[in-house]
Design a protein around this ligand. Structure first.
Ligand SMILES: [Zn+2]
Length: 426
């Protein structure tokens, strides 16, 4: 056996340990005492499992000028993310049928630097495609309850949601839901951030989440709420989970670390919106007690001109953070007294378990040797032009962040040869 790398701070599911990591055929074959020597010695630089980001909009084919597989997966690797699960919309065609999934895989083939899995989509009229998509290896299907922003991916209405969950319950599939209630959302009355925020209230999120909980309860199906922004949703989710409803939820780096008070431009526009500073505490509490399964990026870029400077009503909604999620979250988490183990649970093991990827997101024997050398004490200033994202637009421009990704390994090697991940297979 050969030791690939060792560190005094290896973050394992059992705690932070001084260890060396043996790698054979791309998997972690053994863990040995740090002092046994060998391999690359990171010293006090931490060794984390590669992060698992289950919420990424790659947009290729069709809108590759927004983001493509080559740029997205290189940015992921640079940010310590070794597994990406791609969203079904904003690419053309959307991933709402098996033939469309094949078109997307064909576009991605040969370009992916890290491992990539796919979500399917649930839209009006494709109920009969959900089982074939599941059998083709998607990790679940996504739907919207309010307009998605692109015409080719319409929202499900109440009946559509019930039918989709009833269908998914037949094979224990998973529905992931963009939950904002269309009847509670309003049109912004003007171009300012205050007007945009006022048009998408916490109440809109909470009502939609209550709807999903009710149908999940009734059908017994598994449902997941993507990008929870409203702190008021946390007690609602907590109560449903305690009653045995099969519902999980995620939040994103921007909701945990940015606030409405500090929005300086349309780079901060996303749906649901970034809310007032006080709202963040409830989201952190939801992470701390496990109501939220983790933190994923919702990386959703677009060309700079679509960010309509100065007009929040017109600007495309989406925040780019695939490459920055780890230092963004670590900066705030460490200030709030959370540990590196917490961050790894939220950004690696949690999302991996949620997607059924038991061999990802953890440093233990048998898992893929996806690893990240991370210096938690170093700092850097974000410069959009330095990022590998296709479009240099970021809400974190000019921020000083804690934590530097020094090196990333995918199955024990330099990232570059990613594989497609299929639900239930390895
Ligand atoms: Zn999204």
């Amino acid at each position: 056996m050969t030791v690939l790398v060792r560190s005094r701070r290896v973050v394992t599911p059992e705690g932070v340990r001084p260890l060396g990591v043996d790698v054979v055929d791309g998997r972690i074959a053994g863990l040995r005492p740090y002092d046994a020597g060998g391999g690359l010695d990171l010293g006090d630089v931490a060794l984390l499992p590669g992060l698992v980001d289950t919420h990424v909009h790659v947009n290729e084919p069709g809108r590759t000028h927004w983001e493509g597989f080559a740029t997205a997966t290189r940015a992921a690797a640079a940010g310590g993310v070794t597994t990406v699960v791609d969203m079904p919309l904003n690419s053309l065609p959307p991933t709402t049928t098996v033939p469309n999934l094949e078109i997307k895989k064909k576009a991605a083939r040969g370009q992916i630097a890290v491992d990539v899995g796919f979500w399917g989509g649930a839209i009006p009229g494709n109920l009969g495609d959900l089982r074939p998509l599941w059998d083709a290896g998607v990790f679940g299907v996504k739907c919207f309850l309010s307009p998605s922003g692109v015409d080719e991916f319409p929202a499900l209405d109440g009946d559509g949601l019930t039918l989709a969950l009833r269908e998914l319950a037949r094979f224990d599939g998973l529905l992931i839901v963009h939950a904002e209630d269309p009847w509670t959302l309003t049109e912004p009355t003007g171009p300012s951030y205050a007007e945009f925020l006022g048009s998408r209230t916490q109440d809109a999120e909470v009502r939609a989440i209550e709807t999903v909980i009710a149908v999940a309860r009734e059908t017994g199906a598994r449902a997941h709420i993507v990008h929870v922004s409203a702190g008021d949703a946390i007690p609602v989710l907590r109560a449903a989970r305690s009653q045995g409803v099969r519902i999980t939820a995620e939040t994103c780096p921007h909701y945990l670390t940015l606030s409405a008070e500090e929005v300086t431009g349309t780079a901060f526009k996303c749906c649901p919106p970034i809310r007032e500073a006080a709202n963040r505490d409830a989201l952190w509490a939801g992470l701390a007690d496990g109501t939220l399964m983790g933190v994923v990026s919702d990386h959703s870029p677009c060309p700079a001109d679509m960010k309509s400077p100065g007009d929040f009503a017109m600007a495309w909604g989406g925040i780019s953070s695939l490459q920055l999620g780890l230092p963004v979250v670590w900066t705030e988490a460490s200030a709030r007294g959370f540990s590196l183990e917490d961050v790894v649970r939220w950004m690696a093991r949690g999302p991996a378990d949620f997607a059924g990827l038991a061999y990802k997101g953890r440093i233990e024997v048998g898992a893929d040797a996806d690893l990240v050398a991370f210096d938690p004490g170093a700092a850097f200033v974000v410069e959009a032009g330095d990022l590998a994202h296709k479009n240099p637009v970021t809400a974190y421009q000019g921020r000083t962040l804690r934590g530097v990704v020094q090196q990333t390994w995918l199955r024990g090697e330099t990232p570059g040869h990613g594989r497609f991940l299929t639900r239930g297979a390895r």
